[in-house]
Write a protein that binds this ligand. Structure first.
Ligand code: SF4
Ligand code: SF4
Length: 73
């Protein structure tokens, strides 16, 4: 089976920092960072760059903040 590399794009100013997405990531790729968006919320980012494109985070995010891309290697 081909390996899959994933990547996420976070619409930072829509994130509420609710952390629902953090525990569902199987590779611990994402974290809430110590910066605030235009609404004053700390927001989620890809911190560890090891996304496998599973889409769990995008599925659970209540605000549709995350877009997932997958590339076959
Ligand atoms: S798509 Fe999956 S592996 Fe990638 S950041 Fe989201 S939960 Fe983690
Ligand atoms: S679930 Fe969505 S709104 Fe909540 S921290 Fe993650 S990206 Fe932000």
């Amino acid at each position: 089976m081909a390996k899959v590399k994933g990547a996420i794009v976070v619409d930072v100013d829509k994130c509420k920092g609710c952390m629902v997405c953090i525990p569902v990531c199987p590779t611990n790729t994402i974290e809430i960072v110590d910066k605030v968006n235009e609404k004053g919320y700390k927001y989620m980012q890809d911190v560890h760059d090891n996304c496998i494109g599973c889409t769990n985070c995008a599925t659970v995010c209540p605000d549709g903040v995350i877009t997932v891309y997958r590339v076959r290697l």
